[in-house]
Design a protein around this ligand. Structure first.
Ligand code: FMN
Length: 207
């Protein structure tokens, strides 16, 4: 039985790089979670390239484990670099695996918070549109809020952690918004289970 008193977040970094700034941001936030909220980092390293031939009832072990972790999480925190104005292939690959079966995947109705960072002053902002489209395609509930974009990130990481107070404060406000969205989605799930079925009987002649 799931413990509803604890909110579990799954964090995904869009970078595999050992010294990734995006992973550093998530690692820093992990230690600053509000009371009753836990966050695990889900590495993308082991995921094979998407192949629909392998995406049946028994997908590759790493894929099954990744999808199970997403299913178990109440919400997602994705922090990604911008690669050529979009999201890195490794992130798109992970979301493609997780997005199946279509319209009934672990991403469906999953609250998701988007963040980006970059050494550029634009902070990876141009990756957000593509990430939002992909998550929306999988019916995730992307948190609608001012975007979390950390520019000049190479000057803000110290000893593998984000050491910029303003960025951290903004990111933690966004985590609060994600938690609020998770509560909203819990109410929505109860509504979906209990609402009366719509009837067309009055409008459509019955034979
Ligand atoms: C293939 C590639 C494409 C990139 N394209 C962009 C870009 O479009 N915009 C940007 O701000 N930075 C771009 N960068 C720089 C990344 O923002 C930078 O490498 C960043 O540190 C990567 O994130 P990480 O530290 O989490 O690995 C690119 C880097 C690579 C390797």
């Amino acid at each position: 039985m799931k413990d509803m008193s604890v909110i579990k977040l799954a964090a995904i970094s869009g970078s595999l790089r050992a010294a990734s700034a995006n992973t550093a941001v998530l690692r820093t936030l992990q230690d600053l979670m509000p009371a009753g909220v836990e966050m695990d980092l889900l590495p993308l390293d082991g995921l094979p390239l998407y192949n629909q031939d392998l995406d049946g009832t028994t997908p590759p072990t790493e894929v099954a484990a990744f999808k199970a972790a997403i299913t178990a999480a109440d919400g997602l925190v994705i922090c990604t670099p911008e690669y050529n104005f979009g999201i890195p292939g490794v992130l798109k690959n992970a979301l493609d695996w997780t997005s199946r079966p279509a319209f009934a995947s672990p991403l469906k109705h999953k609250p998701a918070l988007m963040m980006s960072c970059s050494p550029a002053f634009t902070g990876g902002a141009r990756a957000h549109a593509q990430l939002r489209e992909t998550l929306t395609g999988a019916l995730s509930r992307v948190v609608v809020r001012p975007p979390v974009v950390i520019g000049g990130v190479h000057t803000k990481i110290q000893q593998g952690l984000l050491a910029d107070e303003a960025s951290l404060k903004f990111a933690l406000e966004a985590i609060d918004d994600l938690v609020a969205e998770i509560h909203a989605q819990r109410h929505a799930a109860v509504y979906r289970q209990t609402r009366p079925a719509a009837s067309l009987a009055a409008a459509v002649p019955q034979s």
